[in-house]
Design a protein around this ligand. Structure first.
Ligand SMILES: Cc1cc2nc3c(=O)[nH]c(=O)nc-3n(C[C@H](O)[C@H](O)[C@H](O)COP(=O)(O)OP(=O)(O)OC[C@H]3O[C@@H](n4cnc5c(N)ncnc54)[C@H](O)[C@@H]3O)c2cc1C
Length: 394
């Protein structure tokens, strides 16, 4: 195997953490302020798409408040400005024993230090869709018949194509019925955005939320109540049962079965598909096990952050907030590791700001035990989100 004269830092995936690192490298480069750690280091980023869609703005795009460009980060250009080589491929295997990453293009890349930020897959395990259900492996198997496949919210790039097909189908229908399965904040945002979009096409169209019995279980009761009121305001039907199967346009739940034209799953995350082909230690069926410094517990030259990783020392939710904040610490640790310096721990804040959009220009916010709502909360969210995406283009 080729030995590298310079060190190689390989970044896999263009999630929140790597976007943050690229912004930092790009800013340093424009000020001629490169870190000493990087003088003898080549940096490569492997990601499946040249653009990264910003999930926080996806419901706003569905509801028609944004164009796709408004919610896209041009990862490839950001790499160019940061002095990072961009490789458009998917990683398929990591062999940490030999410091190599295999990709969908049948290439093998060596690394000295590897950073993983590939996110996770939608967890469809509770929702079988057909006799030949293939779980994670079905991501390239997009059929045109939405009456026989559950649409996973991830990968977002595939979802955006399928959402446009839903809108096309709804335009041809007198009474379109969409079901969204999930009980988290993302599911409630999606259902309200979808209802606003479908009602604009035809007032007979209807979106149903299948949420089981634990809607927004991680949030304070006042926040949960505010969200339920907004779901009612939009006339969204909530079914407190578990969706179990979808085939031939028929959605089965633990209580019932009824016809729908399409089903979207926002059912939480499971480990990324590639984690089935790695010797890195994983936990909970496919999340890379990391310590408080976001460092693999089995291979110290591998770091992982965001939804792809699970902390072994304490519970940290899989969320964009922790991908961003943990990512900033992880980025510093990559540079420190390259220089042989001490690593820093990521201490998640006990309170984080969560802003949940309600389809129209209205939003609910939560900060610890405090929750509030209004049009101004939506404008605040829009300002924060737009500032983030715009700053990636500067
Ligand atoms: C609709 C919606 C709204 C949400 N809103 C919020 C919110 O307001 N606040 C919040 O905290 N969280 C929110 N979340 C959750 C949040 O999106 C995720 O927790 C967050 O995106 C995880 O970030 P990440 O950096 O780990 O990876 P991701 O953002 O998932 O990015 C992963 C990247 O890796 C690339 N990739 C994936 N697989 C491979 C591969 N095999 N090879 C190469 N590249 C790969 C992808 O293309 C992508 O660029 C929302 C989720 C959804 C679905």
């Amino acid at each position: 195997m080729k030995r590298l004269s310079k060190k190689t830092l390989l970044l896999a995936g263009a999630g929140h953490a790597h976007i943050g690192l690229l912004r930092r490298l790009s800013a340093d480069r424009s000020k001629n302020n490169a870190s000493n750690a990087l003088i003898d280091t080549d940096i490569h980023l492997i990601s499946e798409q040249p653009h990264t869609l910003y999930s926080g703005m996806l419901p706003g795009w569905m509801a028609g408040h944004y164009q796709l460009d408004d919610i896209s980060i041009d990862t490839k250009s950001l790499c160019l400005r940061a002095g990072v080589r961009f490789i458009q491929q998917s990683i398929t295997k990591i062999t940490a024993a030999s410091n190599t990453v295999d990709t969908s293009g049948n290439e093998r890349f060596d690394y000295d230090v590897l950073s993983l930020n590939t996110g996770a897959d939608t967890d469809l395990r509770g929702l079988s869709q057909a006799d030949d259900y293939k779980g994670n492996d079905n991501r390239d198997d997009m059929s045109n018949d939405l009456r026989n496949e559950v649409i996973a919210i991830r990968p977002l790039s595939t979802f955006t194509i399928q959402w446009q097909q839903i809108l096309d189908d709804a335009r041809q229908s007198d009474q379109y019925r969409l079901a969204i399965v999930g009980a988290g904040a993302a599911a409630t945002e999606l259902v309200m955005a979808a209802q606003v979009a479908l009602q604009q096409i035809n007032g007979n169209h209807q979106v149903t939320l299948i949420c089981g019995e634990n809607l927004l279980s991680g949030f304070v009761p006042s926040f949960r109540q505010r969200v339920i009121k907004q779901l009612h305001r939009h006339g969204i039907t909530m079914i407190e049962a578990r969706a179990t199967a979808y085939r031939d346009g028929q959605l089965s739940t633990s209580n019932d079965s009824f016809p729908v034209d399409a089903v979207i799953a926002a059912t939480g995350v499971r480990g990324a598909a590639w984690t089935a082909s790695t010797d890195l230690e994983t936990v909970d069926n496919g999340f890379v096990a990391v310590n408080s410094q976001q460092q693999s517990v089995s291979h110290p030259n591998v770091f992982a952050v965001g939804d792809v990783a699970t902390r072994v020392d304490q519970y940290v939710a899989h969320s964009g907030v922790h991908a961003v904040h943990g990512g900033a610490i992880e980025a510093g640790n990559l540079l420190a590791y390259l220089q042989g310096e001490a690593l820093t721990e990521y201490q998640p804040r006990t309170r984080t700001l969560y802003l949940l959009s309600c389809g129209d220009k209205y939003a609910i916010g939560s900060w610890g035990r405090v929750s509030l709502q209004g049009r101004w909360v939506w404008y605040l969210k829009r300002q924060i989100d737009k500032r983030f995406v715009t700053s990636c283009a500067a």
